[in-house]
Design a protein around this ligand. Structure first.
Ligand code: HH2
Length: 256
């Protein structure tokens, strides 16, 4: 799952693809490098990111979706707003990637009505306050229980194509992210494909020489390999060709 942020403020690629033509070109390049899904986002969710109104999100997303109609892989939209999801699914998107895990009461119904797929991610609070909500007794068990309950909600609304994501970097202490990677297989027993999104994230920056964000490719790849070995089925990243090669090795080991 290739990340395409059409935002001015995303933590690693903000401002690079805000022009729809540049965004479409980047999407095509990522497909050529082996991306199976393009995940387009128009609202940054990095810690302390400011919320974006629905009209502005749509103003950023719809021209990109229009120019990706023939791209040949499913388009996912990273949004937590049902009105944005509705218009984007109408415009050809097939997946809604909701970092709030279908928190808005209308979201599941919109996805079901379009017969679309969803990614349910775990977080607490909002990007403005999530890093003050990081107390867990057992992070993996608590995130897993939350995801189990959200899968039930999605199914009850009529969504059949569901993936789950423990939300690396969202309302987590640094050490929680490492524990999630180590125990990633525990999420796979929920019966849905599990997504891992470690790409270039801050938890890597605490280790050897991985500050600034441009120094995190190798660390991302190590995290991806561990996630795949531990059962991750979808990997959300910025760097496609390099990640593809790493996934191939991790999959070969997993299947050996
Ligand atoms: N991470 C980010 C955004 N959306 N969705 C899922 N399912 N899983 C993730 O881990 C995830 C996500 C944050 O990363 P990014 O899109 O690179 O940055 P920003 O939120 O600043 O645009």
């Amino acid at each position: 799952m290739a990340i395409l942020n059409v935002t001015p403020d995303s933590f690693s690629d903000g401002g690079r693809f805000i022009d729809p033509a540049k965004a479409a070109e980047r999407a095509r390049q990522m497909v050529a490098e082996g991306a199976d899904i393009i995940d387009v986002g128009a609202e940054s969710t990095r810690p302390n990111a400011q919320p974006v109104p629905a009209e502005e999100e749509l103003r950023r997303l719809l021209p990109v979706l229009a120019s990706l109609k023939d791209i040949g892989v499913p388009i996912s939209v990273d949004t937590q707003k049902p009105e944005v999801a509705d218009d984007c699914l109408q415009a050809g998107a097939r997946i809604i990637n909701d970092v709030t895990g279908l928190r808005h009461p209308a979201m599941a119904g919109v996805i079901a009505r379009h017969h679309a797929a969803c990614v349910i991610m775990h977080m607490r609070g909002t990007p403005l306050d999530m890093q003050q909500q990081t107390a867990y007794t057992d992070v993996v068990a608590e995130v897993r229980a939350y995801l189990a309950q959200r899968i039930e909600l999605a199914r009850a609304a009529g969504i059949t194509d569901i993936a789950i994501d423990p939300g690396i970097g969202f309302a987590k202490e640094i050490r929680h992210n490492f524990e999630i990677l180590k125990r990633f297989d525990e999420f796979t027993t929920l019966g849905c494909p599990v997504v891992a999104g470690p790409s270039r994230k801050r938890f890597l920056g605490t280790l050897a020489d991985m500050e600034p964000v441009g120094n995190r490719l190798e660390g991302t790849i190590a995290a991806v390999a561990i996630a795949v070995l531990n059962g991750a089925k979808v990997i959300r990243v910025h760097d496609i060709a390099q990640t593809r090669r790493a996934i191939a090795v991790a999959e070969a080991v997993r299947n050996a």
